[in-house]
Design a protein around this ligand. Structure first.
Ligand code: PMP
Length: 398
């Protein structure tokens, strides 16, 4: 049965982690994976989440099945976080939100549903994008191409190229957009640039799929959600995937949501009925614990306020590490302008280093980032940023 099965290529980032684990260098630093670490270099258990754990443990519940679309209070709170509590779309019953297995699960439910309603559509993702976008939409049965995004020369977004590529897309093309904290580049569009993207989405009748894996990591929950609200004002139908992996530090619980904006409440009811079939035939219904934790935090004003504070602390620490890296590089003798690192937002920095330089960083210094030059700034701390700066300086050879 399996004699013709070929070995699949190893996952680039997980492969990096394996290499990191095996590296005997005592100063080694893993900047490969997209996981936030605190100042002590460990994955944090948020105070608000720990408090929610205690609250849930104080009243143990039997573990029944959730509804196919998840915990209703959770779905309602996700809607409010993403669209804003006062959104007319919510009042009009135009938004379907279902609990999903992290951001990835949300993208996959959306992709599978889209394959039913737009089987011939092409998918466009940014160049570059999160690795799994290409694979996930391809596996869902779509042909995936790329729109221009990163401008290596200018160190920013190639807005003209992006708009031209979207403008050239056939009506109905599915366009995957990073709502904030673009992975891997760290460069986002300005509100004005988003309006120009929305112009093209409306004019060309494109299907926008906003991937929001980092709400709150750029400027704040409300600020980062503004992109979704800008779409809500002008685009009749679109998709939003939400991940709480980073914002609640709940990576392994697989908590996320998929929201679909529909033309009216009747359409929303029909769409929900179909999305439920996608879920039912994949895993029947989602797990209880992660969503219960998020819901407990969001529904309790004190815990929610503490979570907002903690999210701000994570965001500020990453920003401080960006500045520390730029200062560290200058101290280590790098003369070229590296200030673009502080222009970027979110967990990642496209460092501008070549593949050869990234390989040298790894083999000579035990500093692990991806071959594309992406490093996770959220894994830097006061204890390792000096060493990382000196290592980067050594391979930059200024
Ligand atoms: N989209 C993007 C852009 C991401 O960076 C990630 C996580 N690395 C995801 C989706 C998936 O999130 P999750 O881990 O919640 O599945």
């Amino acid at each position: 049965l399996f004699s013709a099965v070929q070995p699949a290529p190893p996952d680039a980032i997980l492969g990096l982690t394996e290499q990191f684990r095996a590296d005997p260098n005592p100063r080694k630093v893993n900047l490969g994976v997209g996981v936030y670490q605190n100042e002590q270099g460990v994955l944090p258990l948020l105070r608000s989440v720990a408090a929610a754990e205690r609250k849930l443990a104080a009243q143990p519940q039997a573990k029944g099945y959730l509804a196919i679309d998840g915990l209703p209070t959770y779905d309602a709170d996700v809607k409010e976080l993403v669209f804003g509590a006062g959104s007319p779309l919510l009042a009009d019953g135009r938004v379907v939100t279902v609990q999903a297995l992290g951001g990835t699960g949300a993208l996959k439910i959306g992709a599978d549903f889209l394959r039913q309603v737009s089987p011939d559509a092409r998918v466009l993702i940014s160049n570059p994008s999160w690795e799994n976008h290409q694979a996930l939409f391809t596996r869902a049965g779509f042909t995936v191409a790329k729109y221009r995004y990163y401008d290596a020369e200018a160190k920013g977004v190639d807005v003209a190229g992006m708009l031209a590529d979207l403008d050239a897309a056939a009506p109905g093309t599915i366009v995957v957009l990073h709502a904030c904290c673009h992975n891997p580049t760290g460069y986002d569009l300005t509100p004005e640039q988003w309006q120009r993207v929305i112009d093209v989405v409306v004019e060309r009748d494109l299907t926008a799929f906003l991937d929001m894996a980092y709400q709150g990591f750029s400027a704040g929950i409300e600020e980062d959600g503004a992109v979704v609200r800008a779409f809500a004002e002008r685009v009749p139908s679109f998709f939003v995937s939400t991940s709480f992996s980073k914002s609640f530090s709940l990576y392994g619980e697989r908590v996320g949501g998929l929201s679909i904006v529909c033309a009216d409440a009747d359409e929303a009811a029909r769409v929900l009925s179909q999305v439920k079939i996608v879920i039912r035939t994949n895993y029947s219904n989602p797990p209880t614990h992660g969503a219960a934790l998020v819901e407990t935090v969001l529904a309790d004003p004190e815990l929610r306020a503490d979570w907002v504070t903690e999210l701000g602390e994570m965001r500020d620490r990453i920003k401080a590490m960006r500045s520390a890296l730029v200062a560290g590089l200058a101290d280590a003798g790098v003369t070229r302008d590296m200030s673009y690192i502080t222009d970027q937002v979110g967990m990642f920095s496209f460092s501008g280093l070549t593949k050869e330089q990234m390989v040298r960083l790894r083999t000579e210094f035990g500093v692990y980032g991806t071959d594309t030059g992406r490093i996770c700034v959220a894994a830097l701390n006061e204890g390792n940023v000096g060493y990382v700066s000196a290592s980067i300086a050594a391979v930059l050879d200024d």
